[in-house]
Design a protein around this ligand. Structure first.
Ligand SMILES: Nc1ncnc2c1ncn2[C@@H]1O[C@H](COP(=O)(O)OP(=O)(O)OP(=O)(O)O)[C@@H](O)[C@H]1O
Length: 613
Protein backbone atom coordinates (compact mmCIF):
# COMPACT_ATOMS: atom_id res chain seq x y z
CA UNK A 1 0.00 0.00 0.00
CA UNK A 2 1.45 3.33 -1.02
CA UNK A 3 1.37 5.76 1.85
CA UNK A 4 3.17 8.72 0.52
CA UNK A 5 2.30 11.92 2.25
CA UNK A 6 4.65 14.71 1.47
CA UNK A 7 5.11 15.27 5.18
CA UNK A 8 7.06 13.73 7.96
CA UNK A 9 7.82 10.36 6.49
CA UNK A 10 10.40 8.75 8.77
CA UNK A 11 10.85 12.04 10.57
CA UNK A 12 11.50 13.89 7.33
CA UNK A 13 10.15 17.45 7.41
CA UNK A 14 7.57 18.97 5.09
CA UNK A 15 9.58 21.05 2.65
CA UNK A 16 8.28 24.59 2.51
CA UNK A 17 10.06 27.90 2.06
CA UNK A 18 8.84 29.46 5.31
CA UNK A 19 7.71 26.92 7.91
CA UNK A 20 4.61 27.63 9.98
CA UNK A 21 4.57 27.56 13.77
CA UNK A 22 5.07 24.40 15.80
CA UNK A 23 2.39 23.71 18.34
CA UNK A 24 3.23 21.49 21.28
CA UNK A 25 1.00 20.31 24.08
CA UNK A 26 1.93 18.24 27.05
CA UNK A 27 -0.19 16.16 29.44
CA UNK A 28 -3.46 17.87 28.63
CA UNK A 29 -6.25 16.76 30.95
CA UNK A 30 -9.63 18.38 30.63
CA UNK A 31 -12.76 17.78 32.70
CA UNK A 32 -16.41 18.78 32.33
CA UNK A 33 -19.41 18.60 34.56
CA UNK A 34 -22.62 17.24 33.11
CA UNK A 35 -25.63 19.22 34.25
CA UNK A 36 -28.00 16.91 36.08
CA UNK A 37 -31.08 19.10 36.22
CA UNK A 38 -32.31 21.48 38.88
CA UNK A 39 -32.07 19.08 41.86
CA UNK A 40 -28.38 18.27 41.55
CA UNK A 41 -26.54 21.47 41.00
CA UNK A 42 -23.04 20.06 40.75
CA UNK A 43 -22.68 16.78 38.92
CA UNK A 44 -19.42 14.87 39.33
CA UNK A 45 -16.57 15.79 37.03
CA UNK A 46 -15.94 13.74 33.92
CA UNK A 47 -12.48 13.69 32.40
CA UNK A 48 -12.85 13.95 28.63
CA UNK A 49 -9.15 14.33 27.83
CA UNK A 50 -6.57 12.36 29.77
CA UNK A 51 -2.88 13.24 29.63
CA UNK A 52 -2.77 13.93 25.91
CA UNK A 53 0.52 15.16 24.45
CA UNK A 54 1.67 15.94 20.95
CA UNK A 55 3.73 18.05 18.58
CA UNK A 56 2.13 19.53 15.49
CA UNK A 57 4.35 21.05 12.82
CA UNK A 58 3.93 22.65 9.42
CA UNK A 59 1.76 20.35 7.33
CA UNK A 60 -1.54 18.53 7.71
CA UNK A 61 -2.14 17.42 11.28
CA UNK A 62 -5.22 15.27 11.73
CA UNK A 63 -6.94 14.33 14.97
CA UNK A 64 -8.96 11.17 14.45
CA UNK A 65 -11.18 9.03 16.63
CA UNK A 66 -14.64 7.60 17.00
CA UNK A 67 -17.63 9.74 17.94
CA UNK A 68 -17.25 11.13 21.46
CA UNK A 69 -13.55 10.26 21.64
CA UNK A 70 -12.63 13.89 22.35
CA UNK A 71 -11.36 15.08 18.94
CA UNK A 72 -13.21 18.39 19.01
CA UNK A 73 -12.37 18.89 22.68
CA UNK A 74 -8.63 18.45 22.02
CA UNK A 75 -8.80 20.77 19.01
CA UNK A 76 -10.64 23.38 21.07
CA UNK A 77 -8.22 23.15 23.99
CA UNK A 78 -5.14 23.59 21.81
CA UNK A 79 -6.87 26.35 19.84
CA UNK A 80 -7.71 28.18 23.09
CA UNK A 81 -11.45 27.89 22.45
CA UNK A 82 -12.38 25.61 25.32
CA UNK A 83 -13.30 27.07 28.69
CA UNK A 84 -9.97 27.21 30.59
CA UNK A 85 -11.76 26.39 33.85
CA UNK A 86 -11.98 22.76 32.74
CA UNK A 87 -8.23 22.40 32.17
CA UNK A 88 -6.88 20.15 34.93
CA UNK A 89 -3.29 19.92 33.72
CA UNK A 90 -1.09 20.63 30.76
CA UNK A 91 0.15 23.50 28.72
CA UNK A 92 -0.04 24.50 25.08
CA UNK A 93 2.97 26.18 23.47
CA UNK A 94 3.21 27.78 20.06
CA UNK A 95 6.82 28.08 18.95
CA UNK A 96 7.77 27.48 22.57
CA UNK A 97 5.79 30.40 23.86
CA UNK A 98 3.00 30.00 26.34
CA UNK A 99 -0.30 30.88 24.76
CA UNK A 100 -3.35 31.83 26.68
CA UNK A 101 -6.92 32.12 25.55
CA UNK A 102 -5.73 35.07 23.44
CA UNK A 103 -4.61 32.53 20.84
CA UNK A 104 -8.16 32.49 19.61
CA UNK A 105 -7.79 36.06 18.43
CA UNK A 106 -4.48 35.56 16.60
CA UNK A 107 -4.96 32.19 14.94
CA UNK A 108 -7.72 31.08 12.63
CA UNK A 109 -10.43 28.63 13.56
CA UNK A 110 -12.98 27.28 11.08
CA UNK A 111 -16.04 25.98 12.90
CA UNK A 112 -17.88 22.83 11.84
CA UNK A 113 -21.15 24.54 10.86
CA UNK A 114 -20.38 27.17 8.28
CA UNK A 115 -21.44 30.40 9.95
CA UNK A 116 -21.80 32.97 7.20
CA UNK A 117 -24.24 35.74 6.34
CA UNK A 118 -26.50 33.99 3.83
CA UNK A 119 -27.74 37.13 2.08
CA UNK A 120 -24.22 38.21 1.16
CA UNK A 121 -22.23 36.83 -1.75
CA UNK A 122 -19.00 34.90 -1.28
CA UNK A 123 -16.98 37.99 -2.24
CA UNK A 124 -18.97 40.25 0.12
CA UNK A 125 -18.48 37.85 3.02
CA UNK A 126 -14.72 37.74 2.40
CA UNK A 127 -14.63 41.53 2.09
CA UNK A 128 -16.50 41.83 5.42
CA UNK A 129 -13.80 39.72 7.05
CA UNK A 130 -11.09 41.79 5.34
CA UNK A 131 -12.61 45.12 6.36
CA UNK A 132 -12.79 44.15 10.02
CA UNK A 133 -9.70 42.02 10.42
CA UNK A 134 -7.06 43.71 8.30
CA UNK A 135 -5.44 46.82 9.80
CA UNK A 136 -6.51 49.95 7.94
CA UNK A 137 -3.08 51.54 8.10
CA UNK A 138 -1.60 48.56 6.25
CA UNK A 139 -4.37 47.80 3.78
CA UNK A 140 -6.23 50.28 1.64
CA UNK A 141 -9.65 49.27 0.28
CA UNK A 142 -8.01 48.43 -3.09
CA UNK A 143 -5.50 46.20 -1.34
CA UNK A 144 -8.28 44.45 0.57
CA UNK A 145 -10.06 43.83 -2.72
CA UNK A 146 -6.85 42.41 -4.15
CA UNK A 147 -6.54 40.15 -1.13
CA UNK A 148 -10.12 38.94 -1.61
CA UNK A 149 -9.38 38.19 -5.27
CA UNK A 150 -6.27 36.21 -4.35
CA UNK A 151 -8.13 34.22 -1.66
CA UNK A 152 -10.92 33.51 -4.17
CA UNK A 153 -8.34 32.25 -6.65
CA UNK A 154 -6.51 30.20 -4.01
CA UNK A 155 -9.74 28.50 -2.97
CA UNK A 156 -11.09 28.01 -6.48
CA UNK A 157 -14.11 30.19 -5.73
CA UNK A 158 -13.84 32.58 -8.67
CA UNK A 159 -16.84 31.14 -10.51
CA UNK A 160 -19.22 31.58 -7.58
CA UNK A 161 -17.62 34.76 -6.18
CA UNK A 162 -20.77 36.80 -6.76
CA UNK A 163 -23.27 34.12 -5.80
CA UNK A 164 -25.08 34.58 -2.49
CA UNK A 165 -24.27 32.05 0.23
CA UNK A 166 -27.97 31.22 0.60
CA UNK A 167 -30.68 31.36 3.26
CA UNK A 168 -33.89 29.45 3.97
CA UNK A 169 -35.54 31.56 1.25
CA UNK A 170 -32.65 31.68 -1.19
CA UNK A 171 -30.81 28.83 -2.88
CA UNK A 172 -27.14 29.68 -2.71
CA UNK A 173 -23.74 28.13 -3.23
CA UNK A 174 -23.05 24.41 -2.77
CA UNK A 175 -21.92 22.81 0.50
CA UNK A 176 -18.31 22.56 -0.67
CA UNK A 177 -18.25 26.19 -1.79
CA UNK A 178 -19.73 27.20 1.55
CA UNK A 179 -16.99 25.36 3.39
CA UNK A 180 -14.35 26.96 1.14
CA UNK A 181 -15.86 30.37 1.87
CA UNK A 182 -15.66 29.66 5.63
CA UNK A 183 -12.00 28.78 5.21
CA UNK A 184 -11.52 31.90 3.06
CA UNK A 185 -12.99 34.11 5.82
CA UNK A 186 -10.11 32.94 8.01
CA UNK A 187 -7.45 33.06 5.28
CA UNK A 188 -8.08 36.79 4.84
CA UNK A 189 -5.75 37.42 7.80
CA UNK A 190 -3.06 35.11 6.32
CA UNK A 191 -2.80 32.99 9.46
CA UNK A 192 0.06 30.55 9.69
CA UNK A 193 -1.85 28.40 12.19
CA UNK A 194 -5.22 27.10 11.04
CA UNK A 195 -7.62 25.01 13.12
CA UNK A 196 -10.62 23.31 11.54
CA UNK A 197 -13.33 21.36 13.30
CA UNK A 198 -14.44 18.42 11.15
CA UNK A 199 -14.05 20.26 7.82
CA UNK A 200 -15.44 17.33 5.79
CA UNK A 201 -18.54 16.53 7.85
CA UNK A 202 -21.73 16.81 5.81
CA UNK A 203 -19.91 16.90 2.46
CA UNK A 204 -20.01 14.23 -0.22
CA UNK A 205 -16.80 12.29 -0.66
CA UNK A 206 -15.56 14.16 -3.74
CA UNK A 207 -16.16 17.55 -2.13
CA UNK A 208 -14.52 16.30 1.08
CA UNK A 209 -11.57 15.21 -1.04
CA UNK A 210 -11.22 18.60 -2.65
CA UNK A 211 -11.45 20.39 0.72
CA UNK A 212 -8.63 18.30 2.22
CA UNK A 213 -6.61 18.70 -1.00
CA UNK A 214 -7.05 22.44 -0.54
CA UNK A 215 -5.87 22.23 3.09
CA UNK A 216 -2.94 20.15 1.89
CA UNK A 217 -1.90 22.77 -0.62
CA UNK A 218 -2.32 25.49 2.06
CA UNK A 219 -0.03 23.53 4.37
CA UNK A 220 2.55 23.43 1.58
CA UNK A 221 2.60 27.20 1.54
CA UNK A 222 3.93 27.14 5.11
CA UNK A 223 0.88 26.76 7.30
CA UNK A 224 0.36 24.49 10.26
CA UNK A 225 -3.08 23.03 9.61
CA UNK A 226 -4.68 21.15 12.50
CA UNK A 227 -8.13 19.57 12.17
CA UNK A 228 -10.39 16.92 13.61
CA UNK A 229 -11.86 14.37 11.24
CA UNK A 230 -14.13 11.41 11.76
CA UNK A 231 -13.63 8.71 9.14
CA UNK A 232 -11.74 9.86 6.04
CA UNK A 233 -11.50 7.86 2.83
CA UNK A 234 -8.08 6.66 1.74
CA UNK A 235 -7.46 9.44 -0.77
CA UNK A 236 -7.92 11.89 2.09
CA UNK A 237 -5.99 9.91 4.66
CA UNK A 238 -2.89 9.62 2.49
CA UNK A 239 -2.52 13.40 2.49
CA UNK A 240 -2.08 13.54 6.29
CA UNK A 241 1.38 14.31 7.57
CA UNK A 242 0.74 13.77 11.24
CA UNK A 243 -1.93 11.76 12.98
CA UNK A 244 -3.26 11.83 16.53
CA UNK A 245 -5.61 8.97 17.37
CA UNK A 246 -7.91 9.41 20.34
CA UNK A 247 -9.99 6.81 22.12
CA UNK A 248 -12.21 7.76 25.07
CA UNK A 249 -10.17 10.91 25.69
CA UNK A 250 -6.81 9.11 25.67
CA UNK A 251 -4.14 9.21 23.03
CA UNK A 252 -3.53 5.84 21.40
CA UNK A 253 -1.12 7.10 18.76
CA UNK A 254 0.57 10.38 17.84
CA UNK A 255 3.14 10.55 15.11
CA UNK A 256 3.70 10.48 11.37
CA UNK A 257 0.52 9.34 9.65
CA UNK A 258 2.34 6.99 7.30
CA UNK A 259 3.92 5.12 10.20
CA UNK A 260 0.66 4.38 11.96
CA UNK A 261 0.03 1.09 10.20
CA UNK A 262 3.52 -0.09 11.09
CA UNK A 263 2.93 0.96 14.70
CA UNK A 264 -0.20 -1.17 14.95
CA UNK A 265 1.46 -4.03 13.08
CA UNK A 266 4.16 -4.03 15.73
CA UNK A 267 1.40 -4.26 18.34
CA UNK A 268 0.02 -7.35 16.60
CA UNK A 269 -2.81 -5.76 14.60
CA UNK A 270 -2.85 -6.86 10.97
CA UNK A 271 -4.38 -4.56 8.35
CA UNK A 272 -6.02 -6.54 5.57
CA UNK A 273 -5.04 -5.77 1.99
CA UNK A 274 -7.26 -3.10 0.39
CA UNK A 275 -8.60 -2.00 3.78
CA UNK A 276 -8.69 1.75 4.31
CA UNK A 277 -6.15 2.51 7.08
CA UNK A 278 -8.52 5.05 8.65
CA UNK A 279 -11.23 2.38 8.92
CA UNK A 280 -8.69 -0.08 10.25
CA UNK A 281 -7.64 2.30 13.06
CA UNK A 282 -11.26 2.98 14.02
CA UNK A 283 -11.96 -0.78 14.04
CA UNK A 284 -9.01 -1.32 16.38
CA UNK A 285 -10.25 1.39 18.72
CA UNK A 286 -13.80 0.04 18.65
CA UNK A 287 -12.46 -3.43 19.57
CA UNK A 288 -13.51 -4.98 16.26
CA UNK A 289 -9.98 -6.11 15.40
CA UNK A 290 -8.04 -8.23 17.89
CA UNK A 291 -4.25 -8.38 18.19
CA UNK A 292 -2.47 -11.61 17.24
CA UNK A 293 -0.98 -11.72 20.76
CA UNK A 294 -3.71 -11.01 23.33
CA UNK A 295 -2.84 -8.39 25.94
CA UNK A 296 -4.51 -7.05 29.10
CA UNK A 297 -3.27 -3.57 28.41
CA UNK A 298 -5.47 -0.94 26.87
CA UNK A 299 -4.46 0.78 23.63
CA UNK A 300 -3.59 3.93 25.59
CA UNK A 301 -1.37 1.92 27.95
CA UNK A 302 0.32 0.19 25.01
CA UNK A 303 1.01 3.57 23.45
CA UNK A 304 2.26 4.90 26.81
CA UNK A 305 4.86 2.11 26.91
CA UNK A 306 5.84 2.42 23.24
CA UNK A 307 9.01 3.75 21.67
CA UNK A 308 6.94 6.33 19.80
CA UNK A 309 5.67 7.80 23.06
CA UNK A 310 9.20 7.81 24.53
CA UNK A 311 10.46 9.61 21.41
CA UNK A 312 7.66 12.17 21.70
CA UNK A 313 8.46 12.77 25.38
CA UNK A 314 12.12 13.23 24.50
CA UNK A 315 11.32 15.70 21.69
CA UNK A 316 8.94 17.61 23.93
CA UNK A 317 11.64 17.76 26.61
CA UNK A 318 14.19 19.08 24.12
CA UNK A 319 11.80 21.71 22.85
CA UNK A 320 11.03 22.83 26.39
CA UNK A 321 14.73 23.04 27.25
CA UNK A 322 15.34 25.04 24.11
CA UNK A 323 12.52 27.39 24.91
CA UNK A 324 13.53 30.84 26.01
CA UNK A 325 12.23 31.64 29.50
CA UNK A 326 11.65 35.24 28.66
CA UNK A 327 9.45 34.27 25.78
CA UNK A 328 6.92 32.74 28.15
CA UNK A 329 6.26 36.14 29.63
CA UNK A 330 5.79 37.69 26.22
CA UNK A 331 2.17 36.95 25.70
CA UNK A 332 0.63 38.65 22.79
CA UNK A 333 -2.42 40.63 23.72
CA UNK A 334 -4.19 41.16 20.44
CA UNK A 335 -6.91 43.73 20.35
CA UNK A 336 -9.28 44.65 17.54
CA UNK A 337 -7.39 45.91 14.52
CA UNK A 338 -10.11 48.42 13.60
CA UNK A 339 -11.68 51.28 15.55
CA UNK A 340 -15.12 51.24 17.13
CA UNK A 341 -16.62 53.68 14.62
CA UNK A 342 -15.19 51.86 11.62
CA UNK A 343 -16.57 48.55 12.90
CA UNK A 344 -19.94 50.19 13.52
CA UNK A 345 -19.98 51.47 9.94
CA UNK A 346 -19.10 48.08 8.40
CA UNK A 347 -21.43 46.01 10.61
CA UNK A 348 -24.32 48.48 10.13
CA UNK A 349 -23.85 48.40 6.36
CA UNK A 350 -24.05 44.63 6.41
CA UNK A 351 -27.19 44.78 8.58
CA UNK A 352 -28.86 47.15 6.09
CA UNK A 353 -27.84 44.97 3.16
CA UNK A 354 -29.17 41.92 4.94
CA UNK A 355 -32.48 43.70 5.62
CA UNK A 356 -32.83 44.85 2.02
CA UNK A 357 -32.02 41.43 0.61
CA UNK A 358 -34.20 39.54 3.05
CA UNK A 359 -37.27 41.74 3.08
CA UNK A 360 -39.87 38.99 3.63
CA UNK A 361 -40.20 39.68 7.38
CA UNK A 362 -40.46 43.43 6.83
CA UNK A 363 -43.04 42.98 4.05
CA UNK A 364 -45.07 40.57 6.18
CA UNK A 365 -44.96 42.95 9.11
CA UNK A 366 -46.07 45.93 7.02
CA UNK A 367 -48.84 43.89 5.36
CA UNK A 368 -50.05 42.67 8.75
CA UNK A 369 -50.11 46.21 10.08
CA UNK A 370 -52.08 47.47 7.06
CA UNK A 371 -54.56 44.62 7.51
CA UNK A 372 -54.91 45.21 11.24
CA UNK A 373 -55.16 48.96 10.78
CA UNK A 374 -58.04 48.51 8.31
CA UNK A 375 -59.69 45.89 10.55
CA UNK A 376 -59.56 48.10 13.66
CA UNK A 377 -60.71 51.03 11.52
CA UNK A 378 -63.71 49.07 10.26
CA UNK A 379 -64.67 47.72 13.70
CA UNK A 380 -64.55 51.17 15.30
CA UNK A 381 -65.35 53.15 12.15
CA UNK A 382 -65.92 56.89 12.83
CA UNK A 383 -66.72 56.54 16.54
CA UNK A 384 -69.62 58.82 17.53
CA UNK A 385 -69.65 61.36 20.37
CA UNK A 386 -73.00 60.10 21.69
CA UNK A 387 -73.10 58.25 25.00
CA UNK A 388 -72.71 55.46 26.00
CA UNK A 389 -71.06 54.09 22.83
CA UNK A 390 -68.61 57.01 22.61
CA UNK A 391 -66.82 55.93 25.81
CA UNK A 392 -67.35 52.20 25.49
CA UNK A 393 -65.97 52.09 21.95
CA UNK A 394 -63.05 54.36 22.70
CA UNK A 395 -61.83 52.40 25.75
CA UNK A 396 -62.30 49.12 23.88
CA UNK A 397 -60.47 50.42 20.83
CA UNK A 398 -57.55 51.72 22.90
CA UNK A 399 -57.16 48.40 24.71
CA UNK A 400 -57.26 46.57 21.38
CA UNK A 401 -54.66 48.92 19.89
CA UNK A 402 -52.23 48.51 22.78
CA UNK A 403 -52.66 44.73 22.82
CA UNK A 404 -51.86 44.69 19.13
CA UNK A 405 -48.76 46.85 19.59
CA UNK A 406 -47.42 44.68 22.42
CA UNK A 407 -48.25 41.19 21.21
CA UNK A 408 -47.25 41.92 17.61
CA UNK A 409 -43.72 42.09 18.99
CA UNK A 410 -43.69 38.55 20.32
CA UNK A 411 -41.91 37.64 17.07
CA UNK A 412 -39.02 39.88 18.10
CA UNK A 413 -37.74 37.11 20.37
CA UNK A 414 -36.23 35.48 17.31
CA UNK A 415 -34.18 38.62 16.72
CA UNK A 416 -31.12 37.50 18.50
CA UNK A 417 -31.68 33.75 18.81
CA UNK A 418 -31.44 33.39 15.03
CA UNK A 419 -28.16 35.29 14.85
CA UNK A 420 -26.69 34.01 18.08
CA UNK A 421 -24.24 31.57 16.45
CA UNK A 422 -23.09 34.21 13.95
CA UNK A 423 -22.55 36.81 16.68
CA UNK A 424 -20.70 34.41 19.01
CA UNK A 425 -18.47 33.19 16.18
CA UNK A 426 -17.61 36.62 14.80
CA UNK A 427 -17.26 38.25 18.19
CA UNK A 428 -14.96 35.55 19.55
CA UNK A 429 -12.94 35.53 16.33
CA UNK A 430 -12.14 39.20 16.79
CA UNK A 431 -14.31 40.68 14.02
CA UNK A 432 -16.02 43.32 16.16
CA UNK A 433 -16.86 44.43 19.68
CA UNK A 434 -20.10 43.38 21.39
CA UNK A 435 -21.18 47.04 21.60
CA UNK A 436 -20.84 47.39 17.82
CA UNK A 437 -23.15 44.46 17.16
CA UNK A 438 -25.62 45.69 19.77
CA UNK A 439 -25.79 49.25 18.46
CA UNK A 440 -26.09 48.19 14.82
CA UNK A 441 -28.86 45.77 15.76
CA UNK A 442 -30.79 48.40 17.71
CA UNK A 443 -30.38 51.40 15.44
CA UNK A 444 -30.23 49.79 12.01
CA UNK A 445 -32.50 46.77 12.42
CA UNK A 446 -34.75 47.00 15.48
CA UNK A 447 -35.93 50.62 15.45
CA UNK A 448 -36.31 51.36 11.70
CA UNK A 449 -37.82 47.96 11.04
CA UNK A 450 -40.61 48.66 13.57
CA UNK A 451 -41.24 52.36 12.92
CA UNK A 452 -42.50 52.17 9.33
CA UNK A 453 -45.15 49.47 9.95
CA UNK A 454 -46.31 51.31 13.11
CA UNK A 455 -46.67 54.57 11.22
CA UNK A 456 -48.75 52.85 8.54
CA UNK A 457 -50.90 51.15 11.18
CA UNK A 458 -51.39 54.36 13.19
CA UNK A 459 -52.28 56.49 10.17
CA UNK A 460 -54.88 54.02 8.87
CA UNK A 461 -56.54 53.17 12.17
CA UNK A 462 -56.45 56.71 13.64
CA UNK A 463 -58.30 58.42 10.81
CA UNK A 464 -60.67 55.52 10.11
CA UNK A 465 -61.75 55.45 13.76
CA UNK A 466 -62.40 59.20 13.62
CA UNK A 467 -60.24 60.12 16.61
CA UNK A 468 -59.40 63.78 17.34
CA UNK A 469 -58.61 65.30 13.94
CA UNK A 470 -55.79 67.64 15.07
CA UNK A 471 -52.49 66.61 13.44
CA UNK A 472 -50.59 67.15 16.73
CA UNK A 473 -52.98 64.69 18.40
CA UNK A 474 -52.16 62.16 15.67
CA UNK A 475 -48.41 62.69 16.20
CA UNK A 476 -48.84 62.13 19.98
CA UNK A 477 -50.82 58.97 19.20
CA UNK A 478 -48.07 57.72 16.85
CA UNK A 479 -45.38 58.54 19.43
CA UNK A 480 -47.27 56.60 22.12
CA UNK A 481 -47.78 53.59 19.85
CA UNK A 482 -44.10 53.65 18.87
CA UNK A 483 -42.89 53.78 22.46
CA UNK A 484 -45.27 50.98 23.48
CA UNK A 485 -43.95 48.89 20.63
CA UNK A 486 -40.31 49.71 21.42
CA UNK A 487 -40.77 48.85 25.10
CA UNK A 488 -42.25 45.49 24.08
CA UNK A 489 -39.43 44.92 21.55
CA UNK A 490 -36.81 45.77 24.16
CA UNK A 491 -38.29 43.21 26.54
CA UNK A 492 -38.34 40.66 23.72
CA UNK A 493 -34.72 41.53 22.87
CA UNK A 494 -33.78 41.02 26.52
CA UNK A 495 -35.50 37.61 26.51
CA UNK A 496 -33.81 36.55 23.29
CA UNK A 497 -30.37 37.65 24.54
CA UNK A 498 -30.89 35.72 27.79
CA UNK A 499 -31.83 32.28 26.48
CA UNK A 500 -30.83 30.26 23.46
CA UNK A 501 -34.08 28.55 22.46
CA UNK A 502 -37.33 29.90 21.03
CA UNK A 503 -39.41 27.89 23.48
CA UNK A 504 -37.71 29.39 26.53
CA UNK A 505 -37.75 32.89 25.05
CA UNK A 506 -41.49 32.61 24.34
CA UNK A 507 -42.18 31.65 27.95
CA UNK A 508 -39.99 34.46 29.24
CA UNK A 509 -41.77 37.03 27.12
CA UNK A 510 -45.39 35.81 27.23
CA UNK A 511 -45.59 35.74 31.04
CA UNK A 512 -44.66 39.40 31.62
CA UNK A 513 -46.89 40.51 28.74
CA UNK A 514 -49.91 38.76 30.26
CA UNK A 515 -49.21 40.22 33.71
CA UNK A 516 -48.75 43.67 32.24
CA UNK A 517 -52.08 43.32 30.46
CA UNK A 518 -53.88 42.46 33.72
CA UNK A 519 -52.28 45.48 35.41
CA UNK A 520 -53.00 47.76 32.48
CA UNK A 521 -56.16 49.25 33.98
CA UNK A 522 -58.71 47.89 31.50
CA UNK A 523 -59.42 44.39 32.80
CA UNK A 524 -59.44 45.38 36.47
CA UNK A 525 -59.89 48.71 38.22
CA UNK A 526 -56.44 49.41 39.63
CA UNK A 527 -57.83 51.68 42.36
CA UNK A 528 -59.81 48.83 43.86
CA UNK A 529 -56.93 46.38 43.80
CA UNK A 530 -55.18 45.00 46.88
CA UNK A 531 -52.58 47.61 47.77
CA UNK A 532 -49.73 45.09 48.07
CA UNK A 533 -50.38 43.98 44.49
CA UNK A 534 -51.14 47.31 42.91
CA UNK A 535 -47.46 48.36 42.63
CA UNK A 536 -47.23 46.02 39.65
CA UNK A 537 -49.10 48.62 37.64
CA UNK A 538 -45.90 50.69 37.58
CA UNK A 539 -44.29 47.96 35.47
CA UNK A 540 -47.11 47.74 32.95
CA UNK A 541 -46.44 48.84 29.38
CA UNK A 542 -50.21 48.56 28.86
CA UNK A 543 -51.05 51.05 31.61
CA UNK A 544 -48.65 53.72 30.33
CA UNK A 545 -49.82 53.24 26.77
CA UNK A 546 -53.53 53.22 27.65
CA UNK A 547 -53.24 56.28 29.89
CA UNK A 548 -51.35 58.25 27.24
CA UNK A 549 -53.74 57.57 24.36
CA UNK A 550 -56.79 58.04 26.58
CA UNK A 551 -55.55 61.48 27.73
CA UNK A 552 -54.61 62.36 24.16
CA UNK A 553 -58.10 61.57 22.89
CA UNK A 554 -60.31 62.65 25.78
CA UNK A 555 -58.99 66.10 26.66
CA UNK A 556 -61.01 68.86 25.04
CA UNK A 557 -63.75 66.50 23.85
CA UNK A 558 -67.43 66.63 24.78
CA UNK A 559 -69.71 63.57 24.80
CA UNK A 560 -73.46 63.70 25.23
CA UNK A 561 -76.80 61.99 25.15
CA UNK A 562 -80.28 63.52 25.34
CA UNK A 563 -79.93 64.75 28.92
CA UNK A 564 -76.23 64.44 29.81
CA UNK A 565 -73.18 66.34 28.76
CA UNK A 566 -69.84 64.75 29.73
CA UNK A 567 -66.45 66.29 29.07
CA UNK A 568 -63.38 64.16 28.46
CA UNK A 569 -61.76 65.70 31.54
CA UNK A 570 -64.69 64.54 33.71
CA UNK A 571 -64.16 61.02 32.42
CA UNK A 572 -60.41 61.16 33.14
CA UNK A 573 -61.03 62.44 36.67
CA UNK A 574 -63.50 59.62 37.30
CA UNK A 575 -60.81 57.16 36.18
CA UNK A 576 -58.28 59.00 38.39
CA UNK A 577 -56.02 59.62 35.40
CA UNK A 578 -53.80 62.68 35.76
CA UNK A 579 -54.34 64.66 32.56
CA UNK A 580 -51.99 67.55 33.29
CA UNK A 581 -49.07 68.07 30.87
CA UNK A 582 -46.74 66.07 33.14
CA UNK A 583 -49.51 63.51 33.75
CA UNK A 584 -49.53 62.93 29.98
CA UNK A 585 -45.77 62.96 29.31
CA UNK A 586 -44.85 60.90 32.37
CA UNK A 587 -46.23 57.88 30.51
CA UNK A 588 -43.77 58.45 27.67
CA UNK A 589 -40.91 59.00 30.10
CA UNK A 590 -41.80 55.72 31.84
CA UNK A 591 -41.97 53.83 28.52
CA UNK A 592 -38.65 55.32 27.45
CA UNK A 593 -37.20 54.33 30.84
CA UNK A 594 -38.37 50.74 30.25
CA UNK A 595 -36.74 50.76 26.80
CA UNK A 596 -33.43 52.00 28.25
CA UNK A 597 -33.45 49.50 31.16
CA UNK A 598 -34.36 46.49 28.97
CA UNK A 599 -31.83 47.45 26.28
CA UNK A 600 -29.08 47.90 28.87
CA UNK A 601 -29.88 44.52 30.41
CA UNK A 602 -29.96 42.96 26.93
CA UNK A 603 -26.48 44.40 26.27
CA UNK A 604 -25.23 43.00 29.59
CA UNK A 605 -26.64 39.61 28.60
CA UNK A 606 -24.80 39.79 25.26
CA UNK A 607 -21.58 40.47 27.14
CA UNK A 608 -22.28 37.50 29.42
CA UNK A 609 -22.92 34.99 26.64
CA UNK A 610 -20.62 32.03 27.00
CA UNK A 611 -18.08 32.23 24.18
CA UNK A 612 -16.31 29.06 25.26
CA UNK A 613 -17.01 25.75 23.63
N1 LIG B 1 -18.78 21.41 27.47
C1 LIG B 1 -19.08 20.11 27.63
N2 LIG B 1 -19.95 19.72 28.58
C2 LIG B 1 -20.26 18.41 28.76
N3 LIG B 1 -19.72 17.42 28.04
C3 LIG B 1 -18.83 17.73 27.09
C4 LIG B 1 -18.47 19.09 26.83
N4 LIG B 1 -17.58 19.11 25.82
C5 LIG B 1 -17.39 17.82 25.47
N5 LIG B 1 -18.15 17.00 26.23
C6 LIG B 1 -18.21 15.53 26.14
O1 LIG B 1 -16.92 15.07 25.90
C7 LIG B 1 -16.94 13.96 25.04
C8 LIG B 1 -16.06 14.24 23.83
O2 LIG B 1 -16.69 15.24 23.05
P1 LIG B 1 -16.10 15.77 21.67
O3 LIG B 1 -17.08 16.68 21.08
O4 LIG B 1 -14.74 16.28 21.91
O5 LIG B 1 -16.04 14.40 20.86
P2 LIG B 1 -15.77 14.18 19.33
O6 LIG B 1 -14.77 13.09 19.25
O7 LIG B 1 -15.42 15.45 18.65
O8 LIG B 1 -17.18 13.64 18.88
P3 LIG B 1 -17.99 13.88 17.51
O9 LIG B 1 -17.22 13.21 16.43
O10 LIG B 1 -19.29 13.21 17.78
O11 LIG B 1 -18.10 15.36 17.34
C9 LIG B 1 -18.39 13.72 24.67
O12 LIG B 1 -18.88 12.68 25.48
C10 LIG B 1 -19.05 15.03 24.99
O13 LIG B 1 -20.37 14.83 25.37
Amino acid sequence: MDLSPLGQRNGEKVSVNVPGPTLTFQNISYAVRDSRGPCRKRAPEREILKNVSGIMKTGLNAIMGATGSGKTSLLDVIAGRKDPRGLRSGQVLVDNKVVTSELRLISAYVVQDDILMGTLSVRENLMFSGHLRLPRHQYSTAEKEKKVTSVLRELGLEDCADTKIGTEFLRGVSGGERKRCSIGMELMTSPSLLFLDEPTTGLDSNTANSIVALLHSLSRSGKTVIFSIHQPRYSIFRLFDHLTLLHKGECVYAGPANETIQYFNDMGYECEAFNNPADFFLDIMNGEVSPSVPTDKSLAELYGDSRDRAALTEELKQLTVLSDCTSTAKQSSPSYVTSFLYQLNIVSRRTVLNLLRNPQTSYAQTALNVLFGVLVGLIYFQMPHTLPEALQNRTGAFFFLIINMVFANLSAVELFIKERALFVHENSSGYYRTSVYFLSKVFVDLIPNRMIPIFVFSAISYYMMGLKPAFVAFLCFFLTMSLVSLAAVSLAFLASASVSSFAMANIFIAMPFVFMMVFGGFLVNLNSMLSWLSWLKWLSIFRYGLNAITINEMTGQVFYDNSTRLTGEMYLEAQRIDYSAWGFWQNHVALLGMVVVCMTLAYVQLLRINRWK
